[in-house]
Ligand binder design. Structure first.
Ligand code: IPD
Ligand code: CA
Ligand code: CA
Length: 298
């Protein structure tokens, strides 16, 4: 029996094909970005390429699953409140796709090759499939609920999505096993909203002294995929949107790691402040240091 008769095969194949098309497209545009506009703040950027990537992804989904809902960054009003509201409305849909067509727009605008496509598929709020695609390295990370997380080349992923292989392809992902925070390489991101930037400054100040090293790669979904792959030991960030997180969250949990809301609550699609790591001890250590100070909370 091949994988093609499995219920998750079609959503996974659609996510892979859509991610590769959108990612390869934005990569082809890195030297020809048109006008750069700002959205909710001067550091919340959008180019002509972002919505075109979402349009292409939506087309794949609509052709395969015309009845499914899509929550996409470029078709949601900008800003944290609007995004939280749209997510709350969509979260319990029976069939929901959660799409960041180009995660790492600032990197893209700067010509830094650190941007990915992030696509997740959820049923009644439960993540079932997640794909993060890095077109610069032609490296695709995917996860299927209950089946594990994998890293695969774009060409292997395409062959699989086109029905040319019978088992899940690629190298199985396993999170890092590091238990001591001081031995960890920990990543974060710089939020676009002023208030969350203040939280980040406070937390980063505390964290730098506690860890082996510190990174901010400018693409949340890429950093989550790297936690799943054990390339980063841990990650935390404030004020992320559902589309920054969903695919990466499934990658990490299927690779044996932990993702939860800062403050200890379990992850759900509406979570915006997250901490993720391979091991519980590390999650606890970061959580204790990056709790949003009451004085800074809105
Ligand atoms: C951003 C990136 C960045 C994170 C920001 C996100 P975008 O997404 O993931 O790493 O720090 O909070 O908004 O706008 O490039 O899709
Ligand atoms: Ca994003
Ligand atoms: Ca984006």
């Amino acid at each position: 029996m091949g994988t093609q008769s499995e219920p998750w095969f079609k959503p996974l194949a659609v996510a892979i094909r859509a991610a590769i098309e959108a990612g390869d497209y934005f990569r082809s545009r890195i030297d020809s970005v048109g006008e750069v506009k700002t959205k909710s703040s001067p550091s919340d950027l959008v180019t002509d390429v972002d919505p075109e990537c979402e349009r292409r992804i939506r087309q794949h989904i609509a052709e395969a699953f015309p009845e499914h809902d899509v929550l996409g960054e470029e078709t949601t009003e900008p800003g944290s409140e609007a995004s939280a509201e749209a997510t709350a409305k969509a979260a319990n849909a029976q069939h929901l796709w959660i799409v960041d067509p180009l995660d790492g727009t600032t990197n893209f605008v700067q010509g830094l090759p650190l941007s990915v496509v992030s696509i997740a598929y959820a049923e009644a709020g439960k993540l079932c499939v997640g794909v993060v695609y890095d077109p610069y390295r032609q490296e695709l990370f995917y996860a299927v609920r209950g089946m594990g997380a994998y890293r695969v080349s774009a060409s292997q992923a395409s062959d699989f999505a086109n029905g040319q292989s019978t088992s899940l392809p690629g190298e199985k992902l396993q999170v890092a096993n590091e238990k001591e925070l001081r031995a960890c390489v920990v990543a974060t991101g710089v939020p676009t909203r002023g208030e969350a930037r203040a939280w980040t400054t406070e937390a980063a100040f505390k964290m730098v002294g506690k860890v082996k090293s510190f990174r901010a790669l400018g693409a949340a979904a890429l950093q989550l995929a790297y936690v799943a792959a054990g390339r980063l030991d841990a990650f935390w960030e404030y004020d992320l949107n559902a589309w920054d997180l969903a695919a990466g969250v499934l990658l990490i949990s299927e690779a044996g790691g932990i993702v939860r809301e800062i403050g200890g609550k379990p992850y759900h699609l509406g979570v915006r402040n997250v901490v993720a790591a391979g091991r519980d001890d590390v999650v606890e250590g970061i959580d204790a240091a990056v709790q949003i100070p009451d004085a800074l909370r809105g």
